[in-house]
Design a protein around this ligand. Structure first.
Ligand SMILES: *Cc1c(COP(=O)(O)O)cnc(C)c1O
Length: 380
């Protein structure tokens, strides 16, 4: 796909992010079709990528917005998402963020602690408003993913633990400006083993029973996001298996009459449509492999340094015999390495290198460390 656009890519100043809106549209179309089979509501998790053209596609697909900061709520609403399609999660919502979201009358706050519920009640009371909330419950389900992107275990900071729920219900009795409308879960990200979601369904069913046994009916169940993508063979799996994913929830999640089921997908919708393009600056001889030193680094894509994650790396301009390289960036950190021992065609100064599957948690995590300039963005 990228090679077809080589001329256009070669004219850009590097490094830059390139997004295929065509692949994005195909991905969203499939997600939408599969979710619609079961009347599921999809919210796009803005934190994966909040660029305006990408948000416009999400809106076009009819998705809501899942936000984890006040600025994300703002970006979503300014981008055209209706407040009644915006949900707001996060363990540390500031007063200013909460007040902004209250002013916008968003659909739901996903609340993560008793203390947060108390503060939200206070702030809503001051405005004479009622805040709709879902309790983010920590279901203690292992997502079998990297420990830094596991969020649903009791050791994690996210959500309310099962053993606290009884006291949360007691607390809610005393908070008149809070309306409980549902329960929320999000157990982690880059989950490729679908049986993890089956375990989540089992836990959600148990929690539902627990609430029902206390005569609490929940109009909304939000099972979060986390569906993984294929970083190893992007071209073989450009679009995640949404049919299997939503089908699994349909099979295992017990939905009560009138209940709405919500999803919050980030990575699975946008990861494959983005690529980081970089130019080779230098080749340097090492002891066992050579270093290919790029003009992009952890400032443009921090995932390898932060989560030891794998990204496919391609040399778009060389067709010479293969050699082995440690592909590194220019930043003054040893962790600024995209991957060691990468087999590439012989690589030289000026070659264009593509780092694939960078559409999610790439550009949004960019930093200005080393006073780096913000990389450009192009859309194909
Ligand atoms: C990050 C996040 C998501 C999206 O996760 P993906 O793995 O990108 O699908 C959904 N919900 C919440 C609460 C999140 O924090």
């Amino acid at each position: 796909m990228l090679k077809q656009h080589l001329q256009e890519l070669q004219q850009q100043a590097t490094p830059f992010y390139v997004y295929s809106l065509e692949l994005l549209r195909q991905t969203l179309q499939l997600a939408k079709t599969e979710a619609a089979k079961y009347n599921y509501h999809v919210h796009y998790a803005l934190k994966a990528n909040a660029n305006a053209p990408i948000l416009a596609e999400m809106l076009q697909a009819g998705f809501g917005a899942d936000c984890v900061s006040g600025n994300e709520v703002k970006r979503a609403i300014e981008g055209g998402f209706k407040p009644e399609h915006v949900v707001f999660a996060g363990v540390g919502k500031s007063d200013a963020e909460i007040n902004y979201a209250l002013d916008q009358d968003i659909f739901c706050f996903n609340c993560e602690s008793k203390h947060e519920l108390e503060i939200l009640n206070e702030l809503a009371t001051a405005k004479g408003k009622t805040a709709r909330i879902a309790l983010r419950i920590n279901p203690n389900v292992n997502a079998n993913t990297h420990k830094y992107i596991t969020t649903g275990l009791e050791e994690n900071k996210f959500g309310i633990n099962a053993w606290e729920l009884e006291s949360v219900l007691e607390l809610l009795q005393t908070l008149p400006a809070i309306e409980l409308i549902g329960i929320h879960f999000h157990i982690g990200s880059q989950i490729t083993d679908l049986s993890v979601f089956k375990n989540l369904c089992t836990r959600v069913n148990e929690f539902q029973e627990w609430f029902l046994s206390r005569n609490i009916t929940l109009p909304h169940i939000n099972v979060g996001g986390g569906l993984g993508v294929d970083y190893y063979n992007p071209d073989d799996n450009l679009i995640p298996d949404f049919e299997a994913y939503f089908g699994l929830f349909n099979q295992f999640l017990e939905v009560r009459p009138g209940q709405q089921v919500h999803f919050e997908l980030g990575r699975s919708l946008v990861a494959q449509c983005g690529t980081l393009i970089s130019k080779v600056l230098y080749i340097k001889k090492g002891i066992t492999t050579n270093f290919a030193i790029l003009d992009a680094g952890m400032t443009e894509l921090i995932r390898p340094a932060l989560y030891q994650s794998y990204h496919q790396i391609e040399n778009l301009t060389s067709e010479k015999p293969e050699e082995k390289y440690d592909v590194v960036g220019p930043i003054c950190e040893s962790s600024d390495c995209f991957r060691k021992a990468v087999i590439l065609p012989e690589t030289n100064r000026g070659d264009l290198v593509a780092i694939r599957t960078a559409g999610a948690y790439g550009e949004v995590m960019a930093s200005g460390y080393n006073l780096r300039e913000k990389a450009n963005v192009i859309y194909l």
